[in-house]
Design a protein around this ligand. Sequence first.
Ligand code: CA2
Length: 144
Amino acid sequence: MSRRILLVNGPNLNLLGTREPEVYGTATLADVERVTARAAALEGLEVRAVQSNHEGVLIDAIHAAREDCVGIVINPGGLTHTSVVLRDALTGVSLPFAEVHISDVYAREEFRHHSYLHDVAAVRVVGRGVEGYADAVRELNAHL
Ligand code: CA2
């Protein structure tokens, strides 16, 4: 049976490819999901993808991953900088996870420099664009 990872994209990432190309590039969310699935397949992993603008939906998806996933790749969007709830969900399910940011958050506003996940993530990939999701899959798989 193939191992599965959960890909989580948080609030506003459904807008990828439609605005702010100078920050996030021109790839869409569908491209992100394709890049991730391709990298995962090469590692012998399947992907279930979720994107939501609602924190509770993301929390429920993370809880459900306990049943059938071996790890999580997550770009939490702005929740990175605000959400103890998301941190608690990720630590609560005890699955190793990779935190991904498309942009270089450290080259942007100061409020983006702090992550509520940074010390509990198994892997962090920052500022490598959409290909960063593929790097995250490979680096996470090394932890599985
Ligand atoms: O660089 C990243 O991947 C971020 O996680 C993206 C978040 C931002 O709040 C983080 O600081 C860094 C924002 C996602 C919103 O994405 C958009 C894409 C296109 C147009 C508008 C928003």
